[in-house]
Design a protein around this ligand. Structure first.
Ligand code: HEM
Length: 421
């Protein structure tokens, strides 16, 4: 039976910090009301689409299900505040907010750069970073908060390389992106929701404005130069669109990946047989990475809006209705995965939907997978006997969320056992 307050549970940021509650709630929805009309007090209503097949169908049909005007959950009050403060009804015209023909044109600007083949050119640099990251763990002497001290920094550094921005600006980038995504959690975003998010947007824009000014006079082989000089139909792209592009790459590229990394490690710790299997079979790493991503599903939803009256999963959807694609639910769908509640590093096939699907499928998916593969290869080769040293905790956020605390104890290569002293 669905809880009386199901609509509040679906939207409450705290649900996303409680894996058991989330998966229990959405398993029930998939079984009894897979396309559920959700009308919570604080948000405009929408359909919660919970099954793998329905999400794929909606995302593939980009002509009938648009990304404008609604991309993710924003409370009615926050929406009002944003309109008053910015005069805009949307945050930024980035790829996620665009539909065709603009989406196609703007995505094409960087599609090659982020393609599977091109990101391989970064392999050497990312391997160096992964070594440095594991050195950092070794230097901590056998205990650390893996989420905060390790997993948050490595993807951030990767994105800095991709964008071509200097290392001394990393703390600022980290703080800003956590404000954008973790706004409703007091530990990460300051707990001020929309205010914190808008401040972070403004600070990002200032920052990238300076980067562009530099690249126009000092072009380099990086995405910053590509975006600074990009043209569509022979005309330079607008400043708002360019800033929004920087922002989506900077922000979408690391909180997501760091959540998959820390959540992947926690899953290995909780499933020692899987950890042992992976250590014994490093060739399974690419499959394991897909399973880390399925298991954690750091992006909790995106929205689409129906162009015309239609049917989705047996429900009559009206033109203008919005639909929430519930990715973590799709990734535990019994119809799409064998034993979906089991974490298996050798799962094959693994049609995980954590990167979305169709024309908007994650631009950074090959980069993210490569980063995670390289880090775990390095980490498992040098760090042994990894175990929990305290209770893990998750960010309370209903859009992008993952572990904010993962205290671990471990033995570094050549050192004495963690338990044996
Ligand atoms: C594990 C890590 C990541 C996850 C789980 C993730 C997830 C997602 C999801 C669910 C979408 C929306 C897809 C859809 O609407 O169908 C998306 C889009 C996007 N992601 Fe990622 N992402 C990750 C890493 C990255 C990285 C490293 C980058 C860096 C470039 C990135 C950049 C983007 C961009 C630019 C879009 C918008 C694409 C578009 O609308 O055309 N993401 N991502």
């Amino acid at each position: 039976m669905l809880a009386d307050n199901i609509d509040e549970i679906i939207t409450d940021p705290a649900t996303y910090a409680d894996e058991a509650l989330y998966h229990q709630t959405f398993a029930e929805l998939r079984r009894t009301d897979p396309v559920h009309w959700c009308n919570p007090a604080q948000y405009h209503p929408f359909w919660a689409v919970t099954r793998h097949a329905d999400i794929m169908r909606v995302e593939l049909d980009a002509a009938n299900f648009l990304n404008e005007p609604r991309q993710f959950l924003v409370t009615i009050d926050d929406q009002k505040m944003m309109e008053e403060q910015t005069g805009e009804s949307n945050f930024a015209r980035n790829l996620v907010a665009m539909d065709n023909p603009d989406h196609k044109a703007y995505r094409a600007l960087t599609a090659d750069w982020f393609g599977a083949k091109s990101v391989r050119a970064l392999e050497e640099k990312i391997t160096e970073l992964a070594r440095e990251t594991v050195d950092r763990m070794v230097a901590k002497g056998g205990t650390c908060d893996f989420a905060k001290e390790i997993a948050a920094w490595y993807p951030l550094r990767t994105i800095m390389i991709v964008l071509g921005v200097p290392r001394e600006d990393e703390p600022l980038m980290l703080e800003l992106s956590q404000k954008v995504f973790g706004g409703s959690d007091a530990d990460t975003g300051g707990g001020e929701g929309m205010t914190s998010m808008l401040e972070a947007f403004a600070a990002f824009n200032d920052y990238f404005g300076r980067v562009v000014a530099d690249r126009l006079v000092n072009p380099q082989d990086d995405v910053a130069t590509l975006l600074s000089t990009a043209t569509i139909d022979g005309a330079p792209i607008g400043e708002a669109e360019r800033n929004a592009y920087f922002l989506i790459i900077a922000a979408a590229g690391h909180d997501t990946t760091s959540s998959a990394i820390s959540g992947g490690l926690l899953a290995l710790i909780r499933n020692p047989d899987q950890m042992a299997k992976l250590r014994a079979n490093p060739d399974l790493m690419p499959q394991a990475v897909d399973e880390f991503i399925r298991w954690t599903t750091p992006v909790k939803h995106f929205f689409r809006t129906a162009v015309a009256d239609c049917e989705v999963g047996g429900q009559a959807v009206k033109a203008g209705d919005s639909l929430m694609m519930c990715y973590p639910s799709a990734n535990r769908d019994e119809a799409a995965f064998d034993d979906p509640m089991e974490f298996r590093i050798d799962r094959k096939p693994n049609r995980q939907l954590a990167f979305g699907y169709g024309p908007h499928v994650c631009l950074g998916q090959f980069l993210a997978k490569m980063e995670i593969r390289i880090l775990f290869t390095e980490l498992l080769a040098r760090i042994e006997e990894i175990e929990l040293a305290g209770e893990p905790a998750w960010v309370k956020a209903n859009f992008v969320s993952g572990l904010k605390r993962l205290p671990i104890r471990y033995r570094c290569e050549g050192a004495a056992s963690v338990t044996g002293g």
